[in-house]
Design a protein around this ligand. Structure first.
Ligand SMILES: Nc1ncnc2c1ncn2[C@@H]1O[C@H](COP(=O)(O)OP(=O)(O)O)[C@@H](O)[C@H]1O
Ligand SMILES: CC(=O)N[C@@H](CCC(=O)OP(=O)(O)O)C(=O)O
Length: 331
């Protein structure tokens, strides 16, 4: 019998076959499971990287998972504010959001960043559908304060997730689509037929949050939104793609990445964290404490970081796992 495959071709194809086989346990374990992927604005370095991200997400979908994308866009919002001659100010990692800033946040997240990701995903088929948390009442929020030195500081129309309605997202997933969600929420106080105000409307639409138009929308940090969504959807995994390799043990003095930590360990570490890592790690903690099996912080600047995570036995970045209950066997 003659050999059907040329020996050289067989030689080069073998490592590819091995790589695919290596991913089999991960793919089998995650088959039919929901994975929430947060793509941070800082990780969206260039179009090529964003296209590679889109390929990875489509790969997961074609491999039988239910991926949901939540995107950020902090640097993109800041750039647009600068173009408009407006300042960017952050407190405890959260953007101080005036009504004017809120308009820009909404415009950039829903009109620019989300559109680009939907466009890149849909090059692979009619898969992605973009929505904000306002759509179909997906996310409702209440006013969030920045906690600085034990004080609650007013940072405008920044919201904390109050409730999530997963119906629209589940319907899209059931239909084989990839939901792409912008982290904007309606006010939990806004009622059908009301003016979106938490107050009685006697001030002509303004409320205590500085929302003169009474639109009743909140700017939610994208890490916070992704974590809340992962928990509400009962996701298997939350992947947070950012612009560092993971959580550094002693940032900025050292770049030693913490590869794994349990929820209780992370809780102890939280007060020492700064800037963008605060909402990120708070989000990971929230996710694993609310049913998500693992939360990972990955370096989104590395092309195909999602696939690398899957195809690397020990994984990459920082993994947060739930606390092991006494008597529970190791997983
Ligand atoms: N302990 C830490 N480990 C890693 N990064 C940290 C740490 N503390 C603060 N950071 C900062 O957090 C940033 C990531 O958060 P952020 O800028 O909000 O990113 P993204 O846009 O992806 O959400 C890093 O670039 C780094 O400057
Ligand atoms: C309240 C708050 O800070 N909202 C963020 C929303 C976008 C975001 O979180 O984007 P990244 O993930 O790229 O940081 C902001 O206005 O920048």
């Amino acid at each position: 019998m003659t050999d059907q495959v040329h020996p050289t071709r067989r030689h080069t194809a073998l490592p590819k076959a091995r790589t695919l086989i290596e991913a089999l346990p991960w793919l089998t374990r995650h088959n039919g499971k929901t994975v929430v992927i947060k793509f941070g604005g800082n990780a969206m370095v260039d179009r090529e990287l964003k296209a590679a991200f889109a390929q990875d997400v489509v790969f997961l979908r074609q491999a039988g998972l239910r991926p949901v994308v939540v995107h950020g866009g902090g640097p993109q919002i800041s750039a647009q504010l600068t173009r408009l001659g407006l300042e960017s100010e952050f407190k405890a990692g959260l953007r101080v959001t005036t009504p004017e800033t809120m308009d820009v946040v909404r415009m950039v997240l829903a009109g620019q960043v989300q559109r680009e990701l939907v466009n890149l995903l849909n090059r692979h088929g009619p898969l992605a559908v973009g929505m904000t948390g306002e759509d179909a009442h997906i996310m409702a929020a209440t006013k969030r304060y920045a906690h600085i030195d034990g004080e609650a500081v007013d940072i405008g129309r920044v919201g904390d997730i109050d409730s999530i309605e997963t119906g629209a997202i589940q319907a899209l997933l059931d239909d084989g689509r990839i939901p792409v969600i912008s982290s904007i929420a309606r006010s939990a106080d806004s009622r059908a037929g009301a003016d979106g105000d938490a107050d009685d409307g006697a001030d002509g639409g303004a409320d205590d949050d500085g929302d003169p138009d009474g639109t009743g929308v909140y700017n939610v940090n994208a890490d916070t939104a992704a974590a809340a969504l992962a928990a509400a959807l009962g996701a298997e995994t939350l992947m947070v793609l950012t612009d560092v390799e993971g959580l550094y043990a002693d940032w900025p003095d050292s770049d030693e990445v913490i590869s794994e930590l349990a929820a209780a360990e992370l809780e102890l570490l939280l007060p020492e964290l700064s800037s963008g890592m605060v909402p990120k790690m708070e989000g990971c903690l929230h996710a694993v404490r609310n049913g998500v099996r693992t939360a990972r912080v990955l370096d989104g600047r590395v092309p195909h970081s999602i696939l690398l995570e899957i195809f690397t036995d020990e994984g990459i970045g920082t993994m947060v796992v739930p606390d092991k209950r006494e008597g529970e066997p190791a997983k």
